[in-house]
Ligand binder design. Structure first.
Ligand code: MV4
Length: 458
């Protein structure tokens, strides 16, 4: 096992990794920007090193500063958390060349998964179901029209270097396609410095079901089941749950096997997630592979009892997986609500500032992963997520009841948060029925607008 590792992140995930290190008896070093001096990840770590100014480009994305900190602190490994440098092939390579273990997959796996068109082609060649569409990059509008004719409208144009929904365009007919195609190329160029795009058949109202993978460096790969992440707004997940209401045990087994096979195809190591789209007829298609620990990993931890961050560190230290696939057991249901410092009643406007009131829920089956404390000032420079509230119940209804109780106990002020939004989600009949698709939030917000309009006599 490692003696000391560096955590190249901030906020709740840095705290989460510190906790795993502490329990493993591994010393840990935090890095922080000048805006994060008073952060919990600075207080809780064995050592902390300032790496730069507040903007993440000068700190949490500053590779020379992070590598210097790693050298000075004499660590053996770096945990990148999620976001920032966690899926940066170049960073993983630099760690390797400095003989610092990157706690994650090999650079080549990050590169293969990061290029969405290559990932798709690799999976298709390996027999993984992918959404019907172009073989690879579509070069011009004539080719785009041909592809659309072949697969039928609607189609979706996606950036090769994209992911997370950036630079996607849907087209419903030939007339709209050309403009959508050119716009997608221009947006891809602006966002990723790469104008290459590919085309797929558009799946209406899909569900987002992702499988958690663990892979050691000895060729053992297992899956820890799925998470349903359909409840998102503008590609930002808000609430995640497991098990998914849209798959049964038979489909779970099938999709799990496919996810493991997908991981094997890119020689995957460490923790990763295989994202699928599920259509109305329960057809599933590979969408993307995320080569990092995800925000919503606690949902899986609650169901399986496996500490995924400890597993990540053990794997990176060269240990073999201790759990076989047939030993993975899922119990009950878990839900995670992301508490963001945003105003859900004002277009999700960020709401940074000082936390004056803080009442956190507790009691049976309630978990909070957070870096906030009374008096903490949420800086305006970073992601607005300030806490994750995770509950575990005997079944889905039980979990919903516990979550409602926990949300009621929770008080954060005077800043605005998404607590009230989650209460609204949990009260929706469609949510109760488990009828969740990626359109859920949009339709909920739209129908609430009409309700308000009626009440106010508009
Ligand atoms: C799609 C799709 C429908 N059809 N691809 C969004 C994020 C990126 N990973 C891919 N995404 C989608 N790809 C086809 N062929 C719908 C989405 C999509 C979506 C997917 C998962 C979760 C939420 C979403 C919200 C809108 C669109």
């Amino acid at each position: 096992m490692f003696h000391k590792i560096l955590i190249a992140n901030r906020g709740e995930i840095a705290v989460r990794v510190i906790r795993a290190c502490r329990e493993l008896g591994v010393k840990m070093v935090s890095v922080y920007s000048k805006a994060d001096r008073d952060s919990l990840h600075v207080k809780l770590a064995d050592e902390a090193i300032c790496i730069g100014e507040a903007p993440s480009g000068e700190s949490y994305l500053n590779i020379p500063a992070i590598i210097s900190a790693a050298e000075i602190a004499d660590v053996e490994a770096i945990h990148p958390g999620y976001g920032f440098l966690s899926e940066n092939t170049h960073f993983a390579e630099i760690c390797e060349s400095c003989q610092i273990k990157f706690i994650g997959p090999k650079p080549e796996s990050i590169r293969l998964a990061g290029d969405k068109a290559i990932a798709r082609a690799t999976m298709q060649k390996g027999g993984i179901p992918v959404i019907p569409g172009s073989k690879g990059v579509v070069g011009d509008q004539e080719e785009a029209l041909k592809i659309a004719k072949k697969f039928g409208y609607p189609v979706i144009i996606k950036a090769k270097a994209g992911g997370g929904g950036k630079g996607m365009k849907v087209a419903h007919n030939d007339g709209k396609l050309v403009n959508a195609f050119l716009t997608a190329q221009a947006e891809a160029e602006a966002a990723f410095g790469n104008r290459e795009v590919y085309i797929e058949k558009y799946i209406k109202e899909p569900r987002h079901v992702e499988f958690q993978i663990l892979a050691d460096e000895h060729g053992n790969i297992i899956h820890l089941g799925e998470r349903d992440c359909s409840i998102q707004r503008r590609h930002q997940k808000l609430l995640e749950e497991a098990p998914s209401t849209s798959i049964n045990q038979k489909l779970r087994r099938k999709m799990g096997e496919v996810a493991v096979k997908a991981a094997r195809l890119i020689r995957y190591e460490n923790a990763g997630t295989v994202e699928f789209l599920l259509d109305e007829d329960s057809n599933f298609y590979f969408m993307e592979m995320n080569t990092r620990l995800q925000v919503e990993h606690p949902v899986t931890e609650m169901l399986t009892g496996i500490d995924m961050v400890k597993e990540q560190i053990r794997i990176a230290a060269g240990e073999k997986l201790q759990i076989r696939q047939d030993e993975v057991k899922w119990e009950g249901a878990a839900i995670e609500c992301r508490i963001n410092a945003e105003d859900p009643d004002n277009n999700f406007l960020p709401s940074p500032g000082k936390i004056e009131t803080l009442l956190l829920p507790g009691g049976p089956h309630v978990r909070i992963d957070s870096h906030i404390y009374p008096g903490y000032v949420i800086p305006p420079y970073y992601d607005s997520m300030i806490a994750k509230l995770i509950v575990h119940g005997r079944d889905r209804n039980d979990a919903i009841g516990i979550m409602q109780r926990a949300l009621r106990e929770m008080e954060i002020g005077p800043i605005k948060t998404t607590i009230s939004l989650h209460q609204r989600i949990l009260n929706r009949p469609r949510f109760r029925q488990g009828k969740v698709t990626t359109q859920f939030i949009e339709s909920m917000l739209a129908s609430e607008e009409t309700q308000v309009g009626k009440k106010e006599g508009e």
